[in-house]
Ligand binder design. Structure first.
Ligand code: 5AD
Ligand code: SF4
Length: 495
C-alpha cells in the first residue's frame, strides 16, 4: 500500500497499482452489440407524454443526452419546453466536482412536492453520479421519490427501465460496474443541424489522482473504425458539416484495437466527402505523437484547434497528480505543435489548489499560461472526490487561498484571451454559418476554425436559413467579451 515519502506525500508510484489492476478486455472479450437486436420493444409507451432532460458536465454527457432523447422519441415522447410540463424528468449528471452533485440533489429535492401531487411523474437519475455508491445510498435514504437510477454503461436500457418503473413503487437501480462492450446503432436526436458529436472512444485508463472518471466511465474502449466512418458518412448525407470526435482520451484511440491509431482514424475521417471540419476532444499530452501533429497539419479539414489539458505548470504538482509528464515535457510538446501548426489555437484545463500546492508552484501555472498563451482555459478549484487517491494527500491550502488563486488565474487568462481576440480584428477568416444568433433573428452566427463565435448583422431570418452550413469569408471588425463582430466580404472578394 501507499508509503509516505520525505516530502510527506503519499508516494504516487504506488498509485500506479490502480492502473495496473484495471482489467483490459481483449478483442475476444469485447462485444459489439447492435441496439436494434438487444432493445426491448416497449411499444409507444411515451405517446402523448413529454420528457425533459437536464444535462450536466462534458460533451460526452451532452451526446448521451442526444441518444437518450432519441430513444424516448422512438417511444412516442415529445420534448417539453419547460420542466413543469414534463411527464418524465431525467438528470444526466456529472461527478467530476462536488458542487455539480450538490446542484443535482437540490433540483431533485424541488421535485418532491410536485411528485407528491402528480404520482404519474417519472424521475430518473443517470450519468457519472449514478456510478457512485454514495450517491445511490443518498437516493435510497433522502430521495426515494426518484423512480430510476442507471449508470453510464447501460443507457441503452432506458426504454425498458421506464416500462419497469410503470409497474414499480420502489426506486429501480440498474447500474453496471463495467461496460459489456460498445453498443451501435443507437437512435439520436441531435440538437444541432450543422455540427454533430460522434463518440470514438469511451472510458479512461489514466487514473490521474484527483479524477473520478476512470471509476465512473470505466476502461478505455474504442469503437471500430468502420462504425465511426459509417456514422460520419450518414451525417454527411444528412447535411452535417462539422464533426466533433469525442472521447475521454482521443489520442489513445485504437490502443485496444491494435491495428489503428488516432492519426489513422483522422486521416480516414478527413476523407469523408461533405464534412468540412473535424474537431476532437479531449486530446491529452500523452500519446500526442509527431504523426498525429503531422496529420492535423496536413488536413485542412482538421481544425487547428487543440484542447491540451495541462492541469498545472509545476512538475512536482504534476507528479502528485500522476499526469505522466513534466512542465518541460509539456512545453516541448507545445513547441512541436506550434512549429508544425503555426496558427494553432490551444485551450486547456487547469486545477488550482491541488493538495499541497504552494504559492510558488501556483506561480509556475501562471507562467505556463503566459508562455503557451492559450486561447482559453477551463479553470477549476480542486474538489476532493471520494475514492480517488488525491484525497489521501495532505492538504494545507486554505479555501480562501484556493479561491484567490482561481481568481488570479481567471484574470490572467481573460487578459490573454482578449489579446488573442484583438489580434483577429482587421483579419479575414473562413467561418461556418450555424444560424441565427441566440438573441437577434437578424444576426448571423458563424464559427471560426479556432472555435470562436462571429456575429454578422443585417440579414433576414430567411437569408440566414439559406446560408446555414455554408463556409463564408468574414472580416473581424470588433472583439467583444464572448464573441467577435464580423462583416461579410463582398461577393467575389477572396483572400
Ligand atoms: N477537482 C477539480 N477539477 C477536476 N477535474 C477533474 N477532476 C477534478 C477534481 N477532482 C477537471 C480537470 C479535467 C476537467 C474535465 O475537470 O481539469 O481536465
Ligand atoms: Fe480524468 Fe482526464 Fe486524467 Fe482520465 S485523463 S483520469 S478523464 S483527468
Amino acid at each position: 500500500m501507499s508509503g509516505v515519502n520525505n516530502e510527506g506525500f503519499v508516494q504516487i508510484e504506488d498509485l500506479d497499482q490502480h492502473a495496473a489492476d484495471a482489467h483490459r478486455p481483449t478483442m475476444a472479450e469485447r462485444q459489439r452489440v447492435d441496439y436494434r437486436t438487444i432493445a426491448k420493444d416497449v411499444g409507444r409507451l411515451g405517446e402523448g407524454k413529454q420528457y425533459f432532460i437536464r444535462t450536466h458536465g462534458c460533451q460526452m454527457n451532452e451526446h448521451d443526452t442526444e441518444i437518450m432523447a432519441g430513444m424516448l422519441e422512438e417511444m412516442g415522447y415529445a420534448p417539453a419546453n419547460v420542466i413543469e410540463d414534463a411527464d418524465f424528468v431525467l438528470y444526466n449528471t456529472c461527478a467530476v466536482r462536488e458542487n455539480a452533485e450538490d446542484k443535482v440533489f437540490g433540483h431533485i429535492g424541488t421535485l418532491k412536492p410536485i411528485k407528491a401531487k402528480n404520482p404519474n411523474l417519472l424521475i430518473g437519475l443517470c450519468g457519472c453520479m449514478a456510478q457512485e455508491e454514495v450517491v445511490r445510498e443518498k437516493v435510497r435514504v433522502k430521495h426515494p421519490h426518484v423512480d430510476i437510477v442507471f449508470g453510464t454503461h447501460n443507457i441503452h436500457m432506458l426504454p425498458e427501465l421506464i416500462e419497469q418503473a410503470h409497474h414499480s413503487k420502489e426506486t429501480i437501480f440498474e447500474v453496471w460496474d463495467a461496460a459489456q462492450g460498445t453498443v451501435e446503432n443507437l437512435p439520436k436526436m441531435r440538437k444541432d443541424g450543422v455540427r454533430a458529436w460522434v463518440n470514438i472512444q469511451y472510458g479512461c485508463n489514466k487514473f490521474c489522482t484527483y479524477c473520478i472518471v476512470p471509476f465512473t466511465r470505466g476502461e478505455e474502449r474504442s469503437r471500430l473504425p468502420e462504425d465511426i466512418l459509417n456514422e460520419l458518412r450518414e451525417l454527411a448525407a444528412e447535411g452535417y458539416k462539422e464533426i466533433y470526435l469525442l472521447g475521454q482520451n482521443v489520442n489513445d484511440y485504437g490502443l485496444d484495437l491494435g491495428h489503428i491509431d488516432f492519426a489513422d482514424l483522422m486521416d480516414m475521417a478527413a476523407g469523408v466527402e461533405g464534412i468540412e471540419r473535424i474537431r476532437f476532444t479531449t486530446s491529452n499530452p500523452w500519446n500526442f505523437t509527431d504523426k498525429l501533429i503531422d496529420t492535423i497539419a496536413r488536413h485542412d479539414k482538421i481544425c487547428n484547434n487543440i484542447h491540451l489539458p495541462a492541469q498545472s505548470g509545476n512538475s512536482q504538482v504534476l507528479r502528485r497528480m500522476k499526469r505522466g509528464y513534466t512542465r518541460e515535457e509539456y512545453l516541448d510538446l507545445v513547441e512541436r505543435i506550434k512549429a508544425r501548426i503555426p496558427d494553432v489555437s490551444l485551450t486547456t484545463d487547469i486545477i488550482t489548489g491541488f493538495p499541497g500546492e504552494t504559492e510558488e508552484q501556483f506561480q509556475d501555472t501562471l507562467s505556463l499560461l503566459e508562455t503557451v498563451r492559450y486561447d482559453s482555459a477551463y479553470t477549476f478549484i480542486y474538489s476532493p472526490r471520494a475514492g480517488t487517491p488525491a484525497t489521501r494527500l495532505p492538504d494545507d491550502v486554505t479555501e480562501a487561498e484556493k479561491k484567490d488563486r482561481l481568481l488570479r488565474l481567471i484574470g490572467l487568462q481573460e487578459r490573454i484571451t482578449s489579446e488573442h481576440a484583438q489580434e483577429m480584428v482587421g483579419k479575414v477568416y473562413s467561418v461556418l454559418v450555424e444560424g441565427e444568433s441566440k438573441t437577434n433573428k437578424n444576426v448571423l452566427q458563424a464559427r471560426t476554425e479556432s472555435n470562436k463565435i462571429v456575429h454578422i448583422e443585417g440579414f433576414t431570418p430567411d437569408e440566414i436559413k439559406s446560408m446555414v452550413g455554408q463556409m463564408i469569408l468574414a472580416k473581424i471588425v470588433e472583439s467583444k467579451t464572448w464573441n467577435l463582430r464580423g462583416e461579410l466580404l463582398p461577393e467575389g472578394v477572396t483572400v
